[in-house]
Ligand binder design. Structure first.
Ligand SMILES: [Zn+2]
Length: 150
């Protein structure tokens, strides 16, 4: 088994504690990435989207995973399971120092996630006030104005 940890960073200005809107263990928070086959190296054409609430039973009866997928090229089957409770908020300090923080860990068999994209709803706090911003990162960037923090 291979554990793949996903680390993120973002340029934060006036914002801190970037994290999924409903917390790191939100069962519906989507993780979007492509999958690379560990057998032949093929990378899936389309990104996959997994969330903790999707439970797929393993054929051998050993619990559930979030995804079972067959490689289109070599037909090898692989699985991805989300290990929850591993995320940490990305602070302004991290962002400005180009430091990465861990978002999630995937337990992978035969497949590994590559080319992660930000998806779903996120939140961050203003560093100048108590305002919390709800952030839609599906377009890759976010800008708003904190009226309370001027
Ligand atoms: Zn393959």
């Amino acid at each position: 088994m291979v554990y793949v940890a996903l680390f993120i960073t973002a340029e934060l200005e006036g914002l801190t504690n970037l994290q999924p809107r409903n917390g790191f263990d939100d069962p519906d928070h989507p993780y979007i990435f492509k999958l690379k086959c560990e057998n032949c190296g093929e990378i899936s054409k389309k990104p996959s989207c997994v969330s903790l609430s999707e439970q797929v039973p393993l054929p051998n009866g050993r619990g559930t995973v979030q995804m079972i997928q067959k490689c289109k090229l070599c037909d090898r089957e692989g699985t991805v399971k989300i290990i929850s409770g591993q995320g940490k908020p990305l602070t302004e300090f991290h962002g400005q120092n180009r430091q990465h923080v861990q978002l999630v860990i995937f337990d992978c068999h035969g497949l590994s996630p590559v080319e992660f994209s930000f998806g779903g709803q996120w939140k961050a706090e203003s560093t100048k006030s108590k305002t919390t911003f709800e952030i839609d990162l599906s377009r890759g960037e976010f800008a708003d104005y904190d009226e309370d923090g001027v």
